[in-house]
Ligand binder design. Structure first.
Ligand SMILES: [Zn+2]
Length: 442
């Protein structure tokens, strides 16, 4: 069979599945997998396993027991499904182990969606199809990508049953809350080991003509300033922790924020405003705790003895985490030098090292060529301003041949009236299928 024949056979098989793609996307949206707290993970994994088993996939449902949020009411279920090509020796056509002379291509999608929020004009879990768009929470991020990858794999398998290699589809939880009950846990169990899996595509909504190579780094920490409690009518007898924190914010405004603006990266981050180091002050809490909304009393008169700030620092591949942290310590020490009674503590909360897959990596060159073939243009290479599950595949799985590629407009993620375009799903499914063709079809 010529390459051209194979390509057009696959395209026909895909186009014939258009209605099926729509129905699958709608069905996924109608399972409200809200996170937090982690609703219906088991239901969506069961639904996917019931679909994939009759199509020749072996399925394993895996509960990330004991990970954050996992409990009897909200178990952290994940699904791994695997299909073997007829071109493999019979002995290799079952199980989830490493293949001797062929590759496994893995599509990883998260099943969780963020809260609905205000401002919707359609049912967020209705999956309405209007003007070739499917609406709903998670349609863009990322049930449309999950559906597109499933339909791409099914059309590929039906068209080329004797392909050489294996295809895996994973549906994992908790991406929106860090991925600890999903990809991180699976990576710790060896599911993303480079002996077992050779190419990974995460169909996050990065737009159908872009290849996402990775993400910036993250450091979250809590800074606490300490004071001394006293009567509010005699603040001079105490020491106000909130005033100490305001000195920290002033120092950030005067030195740190201007400095971060000058630290540019060669990473192709989108949007371009994120091609620099950034710092977000996530929250500041000082003094007495907020009373419940229905409390009608007054606060008492005290000087706050504690003020806590959570910082969200995003850093670049050109920076290292140690210097990011020591910059913050130096700032706090400079405040200490200039301010009587200033005492602070700083506590690490969470960190992610930047990740960027090489432009020469096989999955990058393969998907890029497929984009050119389907869309007639060279792809844009981008890096995400925030992180996604690639961080765990890189750091825990030590698997470097990984990208995010999928349908949907990134800016629609987490918004009201989120949607995914049917044609975008079909186009990216074609890119995914042609990538399978070049990676697994001999
Ligand atoms: Zn996502």
């Amino acid at each position: 069979m010529s390459a051209q024949t194979a390509t057009s056979q696959f395209r026909n098989a895909l186009v014939a599945r258009r209605d099926e793609l729509i129905a699958l996307t709608q069905a996924l949206i109608r399972i409200p997998t809200l996170n937090p707290p982690g609703h219906h993970y088991g239901d969506i994994c069961d639904f996917l396993a019931e679909r994939l088993r009759p199509r020749g996939f072996e399925c394993q449902l895996l509960r990330a027991a004991g990970t954050p949020g996992d409990c009897a009411d909200y178990p952290r279920w994940n699904l791994i499904a695997r299909h073997h090509g007829g071109g493999l020796p019979t002995s290799e056509r079952s199980g989830f182990g490493a293949l001797a002379n062929a590759d496994c291509v893995h599509f990883n999608s998260h099943i969780d969606v963020v809260e609905v929020g205000a401002g919707w004009t359609v049912d967020p879990f209705g999956g309405d199809l209007v003007n070739d768009r499917i609406y709903g929470r998670g349609s863009c991020d990322m049930k449309g990508g999950l559906a597109a990858s499933i339909i791409a794999c099914e059309a590929f398998i039906d068209t080329f049953p004797d392909y050489t290699g294996a295809i895996e589809i994973s549906a994992t939880g908790d991406e929106e809350s860090g991925g600890y009950g999903g990809v991180a846990w699976l990576a710790e169990q060896g599911w993303f080991d480079s002996q077992r899996v050779q190419h990974i595509i995460i169909p996050e909504p990065l737009n159908k003509d872009r290849v996402c190579l990775g993400h910036r780094g993250v450091w979250w920490a809590e800074i606490e300033t300490h004071g001394r409690i006293a009567h509010g009518s005699m603040p001079f007898l105490g020491d106000c922790a909130v005033r100490h924190m305001s000195a920290v914010i002033n120092a950030m405004e005067e030195t740190l924020f201007p400095d971060l603006k000058t630290r540019h990266t060669a990473m192709p981050v989108v949007p371009v405003e994120a091609r620099q180091s950034t710092l977000n002050i996530n929250s500041v809490h000082g003094g007495q705790a907020q009373p419940p909304d229905d409390f009608t009393g007054w606060p008492s008169a005290v000087v706050p003895d504690s003020c806590r700030m959570i910082i969200d620092r995003r850093f670049l591949i050109e920076e290292d985490l140690d210097s990011v942290k020591s910059d913050m310590r130096a700032l706090l020490e400079s405040v200490k030098d200039s301010r009587d009674g200033f005492r602070y503590t700083i506590t690490d909360m969470h960190e992610v090292i930047p990740s960027m897959t090489s432009r020469d990596a096989p999955v990058v060159t393969t998907v890029s060529a497929a984009i050119e073939q389907v869309l007639g243009k060279t792809p844009d290479y981008v890096v995400s301003p925030g992180t996604y599950d690639q961080k765990h595949i890189d750091r825990i799985g030590h698997m470097k041949n990984c990208i995010a590629y999928g349908p949907g407009i990134l800016e629609l993620a987490h918004q009201p009236d989120e949607y995914v375009g049917v044609q975008d799903m079909l186009d990216s499914a074609e890119v995914m299928g042609l990538s399978l063709l070049s990676l697994l079809h001999n």
